[in-house]
Ligand binder design. Sequence first.
Ligand code: S3P
Length: 172
Amino acid sequence: MAGGTFARPLVLIGPMAVGKSAIGQQLAQQLDIPYVDTDAVVVAAHGSIADIFAGRGEHAFREIEARTVAKAIEAAKQRQTVISLGGGAVLDSGTQQLLEECTVIYLECDAATVADRIARNTARPLLQGDAMSRWEALFAARQPVYERLADIVMDVRSGSVAEIALRLEERL
Ligand code: S3P
């Protein structure tokens, strides 16, 4: 527990299917603080992400996402919270600015880590068609952004969710 750093919102970033939600939930439980999954907040208010993309387009989704993330970060300054973001949320410049006031945890992985999960969950609109090559292309484009924003880089290529969350807590 490193004083100032620990009091900031704890924000998990990284590519689709890396485990942001599962690890975030586990970390919040360990720390006994609230957990917010911004994708889940969007879905609760606006319906499924696939339907938002299909009906209103990616641009509309990104606007909703940026507003949702901003609200979650604002609230987390009052009461420390673990927040997991959708894989593309970090592309928004306003979000990038807000992340300067957070402890940003980048979950680092490779294609092998996510392959099974991507094969099982076929709902993600940006992974339609050849899901693995789409994931790889998005990851290649976004990896420099994840790395630039990260305060903590956590390698999640091995270990269970519980093990990774414990390793993460040791680094805070
Ligand atoms: C997206 C990631 C998804 C979701 C949306 C777009 C992306 O979240 O926000 O489908 O652009 O990487 P997960 O990273 O939780 O899958």
